[in-house]
Design a protein around this ligand. Sequence first.
Ligand code: UDX
Ligand code: UDX
Ligand code: ADP
Length: 480
Amino acid sequence: MVKICCIGAGYVGGPTMAVIALKCPEIEVAVVDISVPRINAWNSDQLPIYEPGLEDIVKQCRGQNLFFSTDVEKHVREADIVFVSVNTPTKTTGLGAGKAADLTYWESAARMIADVSVSDKIVVEKSTVPVKTAEAIEKILMHNSKGIKFQILSNPEFLAEGTAIADLFNPDRVLIGGRETPEGFKAVQTLKEVYANWVPEDQIITTNLWSAELSKLAANAFLAQRISSVNAMSALCESTGADVTQVAYAVGTDSRIGPKFLNASVGFGGSCFQKDILNLVYICQCNGLPEVAEYWKQVIKINDYQKNRFVNRIVSSMFNTVSNKKVAILGFAFKKDTGDTRETPAIDVCKGLLGDKAQISIYDPQVTEEQIQRDLSMKKFDWDHPLHLQPMSPTTVKQVSVTWDAYEATKGAHAVCVLTEWDEFKSLDYQKIFDNMQKPAFIFDGRNIMNVNKLREIGFIVYSIGKPLDAWLKDMPAFI
Ligand code: UDX
Ligand code: UDX
Ligand code: ADP
């Protein structure tokens, strides 16, 4: 019986291991983490992450061949394959601050593996890491290995949150990179056999280590680049009277381009895109490729521009001030069907509005008040560094309220901003919301999910990203 251990019980490690346990009943899978509350939650009825379909799988396998534990060393020692899925934040201080990946957690995991191992192991990079991390990890393992043999593989995960289980069940591809030596090929084959339990073999791609590491950064950069491209177009659409949805549809029907990832939005968020692109930029700079670095940096710049533009649109439409005005925020998660708020555009939009002294009232069906307060008090890049949390400033606390009801959030508000595309926002009673708001009542749709014509009939002034503007908005001097 093969034993697998995964270090890091997060958004990637948890669902991935649950699916491996489900699909491979003969493999024992242990997911370990240093965080006691996180492991306790995985062992309870209230899982630490919200992901459709995950709970059923965990209930089915937990205690059978799937275990969650804080006894990291024991499970690592017993495993044949060790996945490492710990956080890799952006560095906040020192060399490469604001760009480079902070590999502190990775390094400590590697040292621990070397310390506790008493048998040969395959060590698998699961979290996204800079290219050539495997080489560094290999060095740590080899220098401390007491004659034990380690094979390093890169097996980046491509799942997206909100659809993690479907993505894991039916991946476009599984990518495994390894050393091009007989031992390396053997290790790749061992991991391939795990996935072959449910993934067709021709969808399991094998490459060298560096190609696998770079492919993950490249895939995320390409996806984010599509969003920045369509968001750049959305600004031009607003200036010219074109409709970005129509343009994206027309462009996406070209089979060479394809229809996915062309939804204009207030900006992309999530734990990967910005972090991975910054990392890519840093790697290019370190390799003497400033032009390539500049090219990818633009993807982030347009994303920041799009978030700023949205805030500026709100403020300029409302007579250039939102001071003491109640602004309702519908949706705080970085996308629908997740409670994850890492790098969500809502943080930047809310901070922008708070900077203009708005009173904001937030409703999201999956995000707690505690999480929102923490996010709004954090500095840029601090979110993945658990030790750097800071208390929220008293002024911010006074300006922010969080409710569990969309009608409560919008009551008495001057404006409503839709920042996450939750399905339930499409079917709210907007007549009721309008009746309870200050007039003129504004809606700023950052996700293009609203029926703009219907809202205009009710009496709202509506702004929807990349759509032709209301006469009101056209007349206001916009500082975008
Ligand atoms: C292009 C568009 O494809 C077409 O839809 C539009 O109507 C006119 O412009 P064309 O310029 O004739 O067509 O050829 P295309 O096949 O797009 O190639 C353009 C250039 O890109 C060529 O130099 C080609 O060699 C290059 N190319 C294309 C690459 O370098 N890599 C690729 O993957 C594809
Ligand atoms: C992403 C990649 O899709 C996944 O392959 C990788 O493993 C991790 O990073 P994730 O961040 O979970 O996954 O979600 P994704 O669906 O990619 O969305 C990222 C952000 O882009 C969200 O804020 C989303 O709202 C936004 N987005 C996505 C758009 O604004 N427009 C689109 O058309 C698609
Ligand atoms: P991802 O989205 O990549 O899954 P998360 O931040 O959700 O990232 O999860 C990473 C997990 O790794 C966290 O729960 C953290 O506590 C855990 N972790 C970090 N370092 C270690 C370590 N040395 N040993 C065990 N777990 C660790």
